[in-house]
Design a protein around this ligand. Structure first.
Ligand SMILES: Cc1ncc(COP(=O)(O)O)c(C=O)c1O
Length: 444
């Protein structure tokens, strides 16, 4: 329920209050107080409810009502759980103490990020790939950069996305006005190209069936499938973008989890500098989901159709719409990229990947078809012929474990559930034991 002095919304005595304030009732019989004359953004109206996590929460609450003593294990939300290494927190603490001194006080920093951090990012993530510090724009996270990139590109173009995919690509596209109507039956928006990425094609789209779009969002390692695109797949993607004159927005938020020789950056692929932007993040790499720090690389060679460099416009967006990442977060980010910081962070990544291995083993031993968990902290489990929400409910009922129904990531996720390996080790051990109650082997 929402309350404010002028526009309280409640469902009690709505008609009486409506009369008193000469206001109207909306279609849900909810009193609407003083209304401005500002129409609602039609794009916001088009947006489907972000129902996935609220619905999961609702299901969890209902479950707890029925089983008040249940020890529910949440392997749903992809949020990190392990404490930050002290080298990282102490660098932020030192910086904060400095802010209380004349010598250490700092106000606005460069909108593009501190020079030292931009340089450290090129060294840590783009060694030998020719990325210059001036091409790195430090930000408050990948999700915010995705939206700023949509603002940069504007409403008059079309995007392609992997199906299933991280929902921010589609939602930001709808908000900026690129998408058409949502078609309930298909579970898709018009004017968005959904690129099916299932196991039948090793989680890569059949590009011969994909029509040209100006932008192609591509996430690898992928949330939710956990698949890291192979070098060959990314070569095909870059080639496809070059032929079509498209721009790839490559989201490498989980690159640090790659354990095989799959590329960690799109710039490992020859020719990518002329067709790709890369967004990335300290969130899953270093546990900065709450601290907030990310970056976007826009190479100098990336040009619009009239030859104007995209980088100059993105710089303008960052100056106008952002104004620079928190200096405290940047101090922490710099510490993450020191040799000691990188070592400490690697042990966190190893911890989550050991969790993933345990979950994969437990699920595989049930005879289930399990993907992911090798190059990403997500395990993607197939339940052929079942609806994701039914599987979610069954797992919750039998094991008190929260997962995420795959259909929440797009129609291509129907029949799957996503399990996050970001939990505490004791929860993962307990969850691996409880999953045995599913007894799939006996049923099959
Ligand atoms: C693929 C992907 N990109 C970006 C983000 C968000 O990153 P950030 O915390 O930097 O905004 C997430 C978060 O779950 C994600 O899964």
């Amino acid at each position: 329920m929402y309350h404010s002095a002028f526009c309280s919304v409640d469902v009690f005595q709505p008609r009486m209050l409506a009369a008193r304030f000469s206001c109207t009732l909306n279609t849900h019989n909810v009193r609407i107080g003083h209304c401005t004359k500002v129409p609602r953004n039609v794009n916001m109206q088009k947006l489907q409810h972000g129902y996935l996590f609220p619905e999961i929460e609702k299901q969890e609450l209902m479950h707890l009502k029925m089983h008040p003593h249940a020890n529910v294990i949440d392997l749903g939300v992809g949020d990190t759980t392990q404490p930050l290494p002290t080298i990282v927190t102490s660098s932020m603490v030192d910086f904060v103490h400095g802010l209380s001194t004349t010598a250490g006080y700092k106000g606005y920093g460069p909108e593009q990020g501190e020079k030292a951090l931009r340089k450290a990012i090129t060294v840590a993530f783009y060694k030998d790939l020719g990325i210059k510090p001036s091409e790195v724009f430090v930000s408050d996270g990948a999700q915010c950069d995705i939206t700023r990139l949509q603002l940069l590109m504007g409403p008059n173009l079309k995007i392609a996305v992997q199906d299933p995919s991280f929902p921010a690509y589609i939602d930001s596209s709808v908000i900026i006005g690129q998408a058409g109507k949502f078609v309930d039956q298909a579970g898709k928006y018009k004017n968005i190209e959904y690129m099916t990425c299932g196991p039948q094609s090793n989680f890569f789209p059949d590009l011969t069936n994909i029509s040209r779009t100006e932008l192609i969002f591509f996430n690898s390692p992928n949330n939710p499938t956990g698949h890291a695109a192979t070098r060959k797949q990314l070569e095909q993607l870059v080639d496809f973008a070059r032929v079509n004159g498209s721009i790839i927005i490559f989201d490498s938020a989980y690159a640090a989890y790659v354990t095989d020789d799959s590329p960690k950056s799109i710039y490992e692929i020859p020719g990518a500098r002329e067709v790709a932007i890369e967004v990335s993040s300290f969130s899953k790499f270093a546990g900065f989901t709450g601290v907030r720090l990310g970056w976007t690389v826009v190479p100098e060679e990336l040009l619009y159709s009239d030859g104007f460099p995209v980088m100059h416009d993105f710089n303008r967006i960052m100056c106008t719409c952002f104004n620079g990442a928190s200096s405290i977060a940047q101090a922490g980010g710099l510490a993450c990229l020191s040799p000691e910081g990188l070592r400490a962070i690697q042990s966190l990544i190893d911890y989550y990947m050991e969790n993933a291995r345990m979950l994969v083993d437990a699920l595989t031993s049930l005879g289930l078809t399990v993907y992911g968990g090798k190059n990403a902290p997500y395990v993607w489990v197939h339940f052929p012929g079942s609806k994701s929400w039914n599987v979610f409910a069954e797992i919750l009922e039998k094991t008190h474990i929260i997962t995420v129904p795959g259909c929440g990531f797009g129609p291509g996720g129907e029949g799957y559930i996503r399990i996050s390996a970001f939990g505490q080790r004791d929860s993962i051990i307990e969850a691996s034991q409880r999953l045995k109650y599913l007894n799939y082997q006996e049923q099959n």
